[in-house]
Write a protein that binds this ligand. Sequence first.
Ligand SMILES: C[S@@+](CC[C@H](N)C(=O)[O-])C[C@H]1O[C@@H](n2cnc3c(N)ncnc32)[C@H](O)[C@@H]1O
Length: 234
Amino acid sequence: MKRKVNSLGWGVRKEGRNIWTRNAVKGISVRKERRKRDGRNEWRLWDPTKSKIAASLLRTRLNPSEIIPLPGDNCLYLGSSTGGTVSHIHDCVCGSGNHHKGQIIAIDISTRMMRDLVRLSEIRPGIVPVLADARDIKQISPFINKKVDWLHQDLSISDQAKTFVKVAEVFLKTNGIGLLSLKAASERVSDGSTENKFEKAQDILENSNLEVIERIDLKGLEEQHVLFYCRLNK
Ligand SMILES: C[S@@+](CC[C@H](N)C(=O)[O-])C[C@H]1O[C@@H](n2cnc3c(N)ncnc32)[C@H](O)[C@@H]1O
């Protein structure tokens, strides 16, 4: 039996329980992921156990297409690592040769991660790799020349929610989408259970200009993680 294919927007689709993005660089996988042809196009499998965004697309109770940025969007990604998730976002926002004219400013503090990210940006125009501490507005602001439409933060640090609010209030457009992937184990400063840590982070978000649209539990795909799907109100 043929699986039902649902488009989640340009260059991203759900087939059964799998998410695929339209490969902007045909013939090349980024993390050894499966590829498949469909007519003139090639699709790459987006692993939800290695990407909190892919996991959220499967776990959200709302319309998943609202979470992903649009072709041509200007995006800021904090904690890009070697660029696994960034590459799938690039498939949607930039496409082959960046014909959508999108941009993903991808920040990571680790020189080891940055080496791979720079290599990725050489074959995927539109990715701007930046070696910097994402907590420091002064370090990242020279690379962000206009407010962004979409922000994702995936940093293994404590005070994740405070950092997210600070960055969103400076760099996110009004009505822009902000996604915070929160790992309970990294929140060393707040005592208590995992649930308590998530509640404390949510309080911080709700006491800012951000509106929490959904707290997406990633259980079964990324343990002890939630993704806060937010919008900036002003
Ligand atoms: C969980 S990994 C990100 C995985 C990545 N988002 C993905 O889906 O492929 C967290 C990353 O945050 C980076 N990081 C940690 N602290 C940071 C900071 N203060 N500024 C920028 N990057 C940081 C780490 O080097 C690491 O690559």
